[in-house]
Design a protein around this ligand. Structure first.
Ligand SMILES: Cc1cc2nc3c(=O)[nH]c(=O)nc-3n(C[C@H](O)[C@H](O)[C@H](O)COP(=O)(O)OP(=O)(O)OC[C@H]3O[C@@H](n4cnc5c(N)ncnc54)[C@H](O)[C@@H]3O)c2cc1C
Length: 301
């Protein structure tokens, strides 16, 4: 594919990009081959322009936050990976925290704490970005992004328009949102409604959550967090554990011994290994408990 229209724009505007670059370093699973282009817009205007040019010219593209819920194919991703990490501004306005899509969740939680605002503690330690969390409705310790999200400013690439999406219009249900499966809707910035609280109490809650994460999650290996969505009224990790699948290994990837909901990349795992292991887990759980597991992690092929 000739990306001339896009590379001309990137060159003229000094937007950083790489050609035929590795995708594995963009994702926490450390799995993936290469991509035709990896683009790092510095501003919202650049992001909007990159999306517009890609759409108008029929280039395949995907928006990537911190890559902690995604993995790429082993071969070449024949399109542009648009990374939001440089759009990372965070600020507060009264009891509202505003963050650009590429801002880190952990940084948001810290800024909220420093400003004596509570409600974001559960995001501390989730390694993703605001855009990824708004898309996936990130949740932990009984709280979800949908509990605190007030609105997002979004770009609709198809219609080349920017508008505000209210909380309800995010259309959330378990790990699904208006963004799921719709690459043309991109979150630019989100506003979160928080409450005044005691800074030290917020700090203590955050450090408790972090401790609980390191006790229950295999943080010493690359992963993408929980592989499967939570089936209604059940826990995927419990079903996998009860089916005796902890430690099951295929090539370089294994079901974590520490948390059965996680698959870890033990050594040079590939997307092929991972897809096969996911399929085996789904078949075993279907036969043993009649539950249909559904992937939470996103495969970019
Ligand atoms: C060790 C570990 C622990 C984790 N713990 C948790 C946890 O407790 N709770 C939880 O919910 N998750 C958890 N996760 C998963 C992950 O961190 C979250 O889902 C996070 O919200 C994903 O953010 P990201 O920026 O990494 O998303 P990415 O992987 O970059 O992207 C995920 C999806 O969002 C889309 N996307 C990204 N940015 C935008 C945007 N601006 N607009 C529209 N779409 C966008 C992407 O196209 C993709 O479809 C964990 C992961 C790891 C590795």
């Amino acid at each position: 594919m000739d990306y001339r229209a896009l590379t001309d724009y990137l060159g003229k505007n000094e937007v950083h990009y790489e050609r035929n670059a590795k995708t594995s370093s963009l994702v926490s699973f450390r799995i993936g081959g290469t991509a035709d282009l990896i683009v790092y817009p510095d501003t919202e205007g650049e992001l909007a322009q990159v999306l517009k040019i890609s759409h108008e010219n029929g280039y395949k593209y995907v928006v990537l936050g911190n890559g902690t819920n995604s993995f790429f194919c082993d071969g070449n991703y024949g399109g542009a990976v648009i990374v939001t990490s440089r759009l990372n501004r965070i600020y507060t306005e009264g009891d509202t925290l505003v963050a650009e899509c590429g801002a880190s969740l952990t940084e948001c939680a810290k800024v909220a704490m420093e400003n004596g605002l509570c409600g974001m503690e559960f995001l501390f330690g989730i390694p993703g970005s605001v855009g990824g969390a708004v898309c996936m409705n990130a949740s932990a310790f009984g709280s979800s992004v949908s509990d605190i999200l007030r609105e997002s400013r979004v770009i609709d690439v198809e219609n080349n328009s920017i508008y505000v999406l209210g909380a309800k219009e995010h259309d959330y249900y378990i790990k699904h949102s208006a963004f799921s499966g719709n690459k043309n809707l991109v979150a630019l910035e989100s506003r979160f409604h928080l409450c005044k609280g005691d800074k030290e109490a917020i700090r203590a809650k955050m450090s408790d959550f972090l401790k609980r994460r390191s006790m229950s999650q295999p943080l010493d290996f690359p992963s993408a967090g929980s592989v499967f969505k939570r089936p209604r009224g059940l826990y995927a990790s419990k079903l996998i554990d009860e089916a005796g699948l902890k430690g099951l290994t295929l090539g370089g990837v294994s079901v974590s011994e520490k948390h059965a909901g996680f698959i870890i990349n033990k050594k040079d795992g590939t997307a092929k290994d991972l897809l096969k292991l996911i399929e085996i887990i789904k078949i075993v759980i279907r036969h043993k408990s009649g539950t249909e597991l559904e992937e939470e992690i996103i495969y970019m092929e």
